[in-house]
Design a protein around this ligand. Structure first.
Ligand code: ZN
Length: 374
């Protein structure tokens, strides 16, 4: 009797420990996939739209397989290195179209999902396709978060004629601050989140926004976590051809690639560059280095792999002390034309079956006149 009780008790303790360890593996996750939508409509341009029918499919899939978190939860997680639920997803919209209110808002409310809309104050109420400030305020009261997409959606990397670098930065700073002030006056809060128009940024902008205390979001794909670039946070576009749920499933389940260093560090690439050396120092603790693969415009890159000694890095640069580092290097031998392009790199996780680390390195190339195409 006494023995069986002891056995039962120790069994219970074992089960408890096992449960706790499963709990810590399955719940303590820093990873989150942030989705980026624009229009939810059947009548708007395909490339930036998802139909209401498809959008419902996304929401239904999320409700079955994921936990939708707010961008406030994401901010807390990345600033405090706090765990998010496993399979966390956040929902964002850019540009403040009225069809968000008409077609997406009722559905998101029905599912009880928090979401964020990045708006351009100069556009709000400027045409029938845009939300009005009254609508923004009403949605805000219903729990929608509104954040900064600059005053009027200009290409931030474009400099005016004869503008010095410091004048350019000061002008962009004024723009971001003005947009934030107007949004704050209307909705009563200031999140200090910026979505870069067209997803375009460079190192100087990122530094300035970091000093200003902003989180900033791009349009390059990848999962986010506390160790990613907080002024170049990735989002997965989910409109147009990216709305296809089958290809989106892998992205929704993806993990933030632990990139320690990247070259080039700045995404601006000069026009007509014909060869660009890229290297990434990555913590490979949770994947086999030879499973790391990168693609540029559909081409698989020929990646060379070198172990990197931790002693070469300062302690604060490492994501954790158990880090195992490898340098992945390759060369993009294609001519860079004006516009946006990116390298996508993935590697399958060893501990989270069927899930991939995902990282995207964006490049922005200006025309000979210094402008950036839409
Ligand atoms: Zn936009």
């Amino acid at each position: 009797m006494a023995i069986s009780r002891v056995i039962r008790k120790s069994f219970n303790i074992c089960a408890f420990i096992l449960l706790m360890s499963i709990h810590s593996i399955s719940v303590a996750s820093p990873h989150v996939s942030i989705l980026q939508y624009h229009h939810v409509s059947e009548t708007t341009p395909d490339i930036t739209s998802i139909t209401p029918t498809k959008f419902v499919e996304h929401l239904e899939y999320l409700s079955e397989h994921h936990t939708v978190v707010s961008l406030e939860d994401v901010e807390e997680s990345i600033k405090q290195k706090k765990a998010l639920p496993e399979f966390a997803v956040a929902i964002t919209f850019d540009d403040g179209y009225k069809n968000i209110l008409e077609n997406a808002h009722p559905l998101l409310k029905q599912y009880g999902y928090a979401y964020t809309v990045f708006i351009n104050p100069a556009q709000i109420g400027s045409s029938p396709s845009q939300l009005t400030w009254e609508e923004v305020k009403q949605m805000s009261k219903e729990g929608v978060t509104f954040a900064n997409h600059t005053v009027d959606h200009a290409h931030l990397l474009e400099m005016l004629e004869n503008e010095s670098e410091s004048d350019w930065l000061a002008r962009v700073k004024r723009d971001v601050e003005m947009a934030e002030t107007i949004i704050t006056q209307q909705v009563g809060y200031s999140r200090k989140w910026l979505a870069y128009p067209f997803g375009e940024f460079d190192g100087r902008l990122k530094n300035m926004l970091s000093e200003m205390g902003y989180l900033a979001f791009g349009q390059q794909s990848g999962a986010a976590a506390w160790y990613v670039d907080l002024q170049g946070l990735p989002r997965f576009p989910a409109s147009g051809r990216y709305a296809d749920l089958n290809s989106l499933k892998t992205k929704l389940r993806s993990l933030a690639m632990p990139v320690i260093k990247k070259t080039p560090n700045d995404p601006k690439v000069k026009l007509n560059t014909s060869s660009l050396a890229v290297s990434l120092v990555v913590d490979t603790q949770d994947f086999l280095p030879d499973r790391f693969a990168c693609y540029y415009l559909g081409d698989k890159m020929d990646v060379s792999i070198q172990p990197v000694s931790k002693s070469k890095l300062a302690a604060h640069e490492l994501i954790n002390e158990k880090a195992v580092l490898h340098n992945f290097a390759f060369s993009i031998n294609r001519k860079f034309n004006p516009g946006r392009s990116r390298v996508n790199c993935t590697a399958p996780s060893l501990t989270r079956g069927g899930r991939f680390y995902w990282y995207s390195l964006p490049f922005f190339t200006a025309t000979a006149q210094g402008t950036y195409p839409d």
